[in-house]
Structure formats: structure tokens, C-alpha cells
Ligand binder design. Structure first.
Ligand code: HEM
Length: 231
């Protein structure tokens, strides 16, 4: 069977699917054999997900939020402006991924944000959230299609409902990469996101510190939103 990820054909054998409760889970080729679960096992399944996906379990699903606020320097306005936005986000669980003895459970995610009733999103992200239960480490790797890749991370407990991830430009192990234009004109020095997971909701509050050409001081490009589960 051809495999579709977010509607994109990624080829056969990329990963097998199993079901955990209401969720489809992709098992990677290096992973353990897919487990079979029927509807009667869904409570057990939810517990399994809470264990394997740790603090990421509450982020699994499809999400929407209308109350986003972006603070950015707008070239069109030649000023720093606050822009309200609406957002859609999908997080599909997969795992385990084995790096030698390390076992990762993750979420394959895609998000998009729109201004008002515009048709095209003004910001999008694709990436992965990863949980290493043995190390208590959360990593979020994503790409912003203006030429930025972020690998942010932090440590927390498996049942945490509130955690922070950070990355710095040139940092290790959590780093930010950017294209040549941005490195010279609008370089991202650091990235920090606080995530709060609730009942059927989750929120983020993130700041990217930018060194903008023409600005004396680093500029705080901030985004925050609360999303509610829609699937
Ligand atoms: C919800 C998340 C985000 C939204 C809605 C958003 C939106 C925006 C907007 C509206 C601009 C201004 C573009 C213009 O009018 O000139 C901008 C610029 C920028 N954003 Fe974001 N952004 C988000 C997240 C991020 C993140 C996570 C990073 C980096 C880690 C980032 C890095 C940048 C940079 C470097 C620019 C400056 C581009 C330039 O001036 O040449 N943004 N963003």
C-alpha cells in the first residue's frame, strides 16, 4: 500500500501503522513489531502512550487556535507590529526510533498560521518532537521556510505539563541554522519556547531573539497561542 503523510506520498515500507486508542501510530523500520490493539484496549492504550511518549502524549492529535499573537518587525510597515493569527496544527505519533540503545518516541508535526481570513498562511513549520524517556529529554526539531532550522531541547519529567526548550545560534547540543541572507541581516541568536499542556488544550509562548540589521539591540520576536483539540 502506498503511504501518505500529510497527504504526501512517501513510498511503501516507510513505516508500518498500528493503532493506540483513537490514534494511528507509525512504527519505523528499525522499530519493534507493530502491536495490535482493539477498541476494548483503548484505556490501556492511553496509558501506554502516556508512558512511551512521556510529556508529549498530551500533544498528540489535531489542533486549532484563533488567539495567536505575533510580534515581529514588518518590512511592509517598517515597524514592529503585533499581528493576531489563527493556527492549525497536526501531531502524529510514531516510534520507537532506535539510536543504538536510545529509544525515541516522537510526533511528526506540521503547523500553519494565517492572518485574518487570508488564504495563504504567513508562517508554517514542519518538524518532529522527540521524547527520550531514559534521559528525560524533549527535543523539537523544525524548519521555518524562510531558511531557518531549529533543534531545541530540554529535560523534564514524563508527566510534566509545563516545560521549556531552548536553542542558541552556534550552540551545542541545541542549535539554530539559517541561510546566508538571514545570517547577515536578521540572524536568530536564540530560541526559547514554554509549552503548557492542559485538558484538551495546549499553549506555547516562544521568543526568537533576532539581530536585525539597523537595530542596535537584539529584538524579541515573540509568538504565543493556545490550541484546542479538534481531532
Ligand atoms: C508562530 C510562529 C511565528 C510567526 C507567526 C512568525 C511570523 C513572522 C513575521 C510576520 C515576520 C515579519 C516578516 C516581514 O514582514 O518582514 C517574521 C520575521 C522573522 N521571523 Fe518569524 N514567525 C514565527 C516564528 C519564528 C521562529 C520560531 C523563528 C526563528 C527561530 C523566526 C524567525 C524570523 C526571522 C529571522 C524573521 C526576520 C526576517 C527578515 O526580517 O528578513 N520566526 N516572522
Amino acid at each position: 500500500m502506498p503511504l501518505l503523510v500529510h497527504g504526501v506520498l512517501v513510498g511503501e515500507g516507510w513505516g508500518r501503522e498500528r493503532r493506540l486508542g483513537a490514534h494511528r501510530v507509525r512504527a519505523w523500520p528499525s522499530g519493534e513489531t507493530a502491536r495490535r490493539l482493539d477498541a476494548g484496549q483503548s484505556r490501556e492504550a492511553e496509558r501506554t502512550m502516556a508512558n512511551e511518549w512521556g510529556p508529549l502524549a498530551g500533544l498528540i492529535g489535531d489542533w486549532e487556535g484563533e488567539g495567536g499573537l505575533d510580534t515581529a518587525y514588518s518590512h511592509a510597515h517598517r515597524d514592529v507590529i503585533g499581528t493576531p493569527y489563527r493556527e492549525k496544527c497536526s501531531m502524529t505519533p510514531f516510534g520507537p526510533v532506535d539510536n543504538g540503545p536510545q529509544k525515541l518516541y516522537g510526533l511528526d508535526y506540521r503547523s500553519a498560521m494565517w492572518r485574518g481570513d487570508e488564504q495563504s498562511p504567513f508562517h508554517t513549520e514542519v518538524g518532529y518532537w522527540l521524547w527520550d524517556g531514559a534521559a528525560g529529554e524533549v527535543v523539537r526539531g523544525f524548519v521555518v521556510p524562510r531558511g531557518i532550522a531549529v533543534l531545541a531541547g530540554g529535560t523534564t519529567s514524563p508527566d510534566a505539563g509545563d516545560f521549556v526548550l531552548r536553542a542558541t545560534n552556534g550552540g551545542a547540543p541545541y542549535a539554530i541554522g539559517e541561510n546566508r541572507y538571514l545570517a547577515q541581516n536578521a540572524s536568530t541568536a536564540s530560541y526559547e519556547v514554554r509549552v503548557i499542556v492542559g485538558e484538551g488544550t495546549w499553549s506555547y509562548d516562544e521568543v526568537a531573539m533576532l539581530h536585525m540589521a539597523g537595530f542596535e539591540e537584539p529584538f524579541a520576536h515573540r509568538d504565543h497561542n493556545t490550541l484546542r483539540r479538534v481531532g
